[in-house]
Design a binder for this molecule. Structure first.
Ligand SMILES: Cc1ncc(COP(=O)(O)O)c(C=O)c1O
Length: 479
């Protein structure tokens, strides 16, 4: 049976195993089709963690050095795989936003039960869309729809969106400070473009939305991560990060955080705001996951402060394809935000805003939100029943679960856990996909819930529970 020899000591052991396999294949020591030891056998004979061997085999598979055959084992293969990075690993999916498992597992490696897609619970909206487009054609004012209108968006649309913000969250935004955007992602692009310069540092939660990490790279910004707990940003940690980095802009998700579902209490919001005021920060508040909830919640932007740039969209509660979002900026930075909005897109398509406003006006939006709330609650209830005593985190406004993992060195890393899940047919998103401090990853996995045929979702979650209980625990030790 093959046994890796002369492993390089200057690299992680799983990579050294793969390099050794590649060497033996190239030297002709391993014929095409040779059976390789099982993960358990190799981990036993090398005296290393099974997760490490699993990781080595997954990487070897991606590099085209072996194939895994379900129920038979792993076999040497001599065909290289196209589309690899320089080091033979698949290139990272540059998007990393819609839940493609970046950070190690490539798109093609998605499993049958895909729990990586951060989408709202499915509602059939086609018939409604057809009818509403007819209603718009018949009844709506089409003035300004086809022109370079005001870059903020049409005033009647801004007023309607403000009335909805007031009704849904008690946030009375000024229509003159609201700019309609093509989704929250464009709002984030505008805010970062307006508030930062290349080389600046952006304060971010230690686990955060990957779309912002990508934008920071795009704008040439450094990241300084701030510790997060069950209530979101930790004020003392924020204070320390301000002092250490001198950063002036913070991006955060105070409510229904993606991926951890953490939500700031009233007290926490006040404490965070005190640090913000003390250090003169500007805050980009991402509220995209709010609105679809039964609880009374007010965003940071509703508190008396001139330091919050508020961003939201209808993507998570109505439909991502609408691409209707908004940015509400305080007076002190409004001119910069407005200029960045013009620079990046001139304006969002008014026709989509017309549709959104029709739905707000005739109660359809509220109806869609209520139906989604019910669907999300059903999915969460079912998932909690299936997952029993596994220590999950969840929030009624998030259609996903967060499962924190033990952080001991002997436990599986988030990435290893995700790889093991993938081997059992379930794709989940590991913490490294969200981490803003790759040197210090807060371990966990995100599982997005959605309606799947039959009992596929329950079965997939059950596999995660089994894996969770099988995963190596931190070992007791004596001094
Ligand atoms: C936290 C967060 N912010 C922003 C976005 C982007 O939203 P939109 O589709 O409105 O651009 C997402 C999408 O997943 C998200 O999770």
């Amino acid at each position: 049976m093959w046994m890796p020899q002369d492993l390089a000591t200057n690299k992680p052991i799983y990579r050294a195993i793969v390099d050794c396999l590649a060497r033996d294949v190239a030297a002709g020591n391993l014929a095409d089709g040779t059976r390789l030891p099982t993960v358990r056998q190799l981990s036993h004979s090398m005296g290393i963690n099974m997760g490490t061997v699993y990781r080595a085999y997954s990487l070897a598979q991606q590099r085209g050095l072996l194939i895994k055959e379900v129920g038979r084992g792993s076999f040497v293969r001599h065909r290289p795989v196209h589309g690899q990075g320089e080091n033979g690993e698949p290139q990272e999916n540059p998007e990393g936003i819609t839940g493609g498992v970046t950070g190690g597992i490539h798109e093609g490696a998605r499993a049958g039960v895909d729990l990586t897609r951060n989408e709202p619970a499915f509602l059939p909206l086609d018939a409604l869309l057809r009818q509403s487009l007819k209603d718009i054609a018949r009844d709506s004012l089409l003035d300004g729809m086809m022109e370079y209108g005001h870059s903020q968006g049409l005033s009647r649309h801004r007023e309607m969106l403000c009335s909805w913000l007031a009704a849904s969250q008690g946030f009375s935004a000024d229509p003159d400070r609201l700019i309609i955007t093509g989704g929250a992602q464009q709002g984030l692009t505008i805010a970062l473009g307006a508030l930062s310069n290349p080389g600046d540092t952006l304060l971010v939660e230690d686990l955060s939305y990957p779309g912002v990490r990508n934008l920071a790279r795009f704008f040439g910004l450094g990241l300084k991560s701030v510790t997060l707990d069950d209530e979101g940003l930790v004020p003392d940690a924020l204070e320390r990060a301000c002092v250490e980095s001198g950063a002036k802009v913070l991006y955060c998700m105070p409510h229904a955080h993606n991926p951890t579902t953490a939500t700031m209490s009233r007290v926490r919001r006040a404490d965070v705001l005190a640090v913000v005021e003390k250090h003169g920060l500007m805050v980009i508040e991402d509220d995209v996951n709010t609105h679809a909830t039964r609880e009374a919640y007010q965003p940071l932007a509703a508190l008396p402060s001139e330091r919050i740039v508020y961003i939201s969209s209808l993507s998570k509660i109505v439909a991502p394809g609408l691409r209707v979002g908004m940015i509400v900026a305080p007076e002190r930075v409004y001119a910069e935000v407005y200029a960045a909005s013009q620079t990046t897109s001139w304006m969002a398509p008014p026709l989509m805003a017309e549709l959104a406003c029709l739905w707000i006006r005739n109660g359809t939006l509220q109806d869609i939100v209520q139906r989604r709330v019910v669907l999300t609650e059903q999915l969460l209830t079912m998932a909690r029943q299936v997952m029993g005593d596994v220590p999950l985190r969840y929030h009624q406004a998030n259609p996903h679960l967060w499962l924190p993992l033990p952080s001991s060195r002997s436990a599986w890393s988030s990435r290893e856990f995700a790889e093991m899940a993938l081997a059992r047919g379930v794709s989940v998103s590991p913490a490294n996909q969200f981490s803003t401090d790759q040197g210090n990853i807060n371990p966990g996995i995100r599982m997005c819930l959605r309606q799947l045929p039959g009992t596929q979702l329950q079965d997939g979650l059950q596999k995660i529970v089994s894996l969770y209980h099988e995963a190596p625990r931190p070992q007791a030790f004596s001094m």
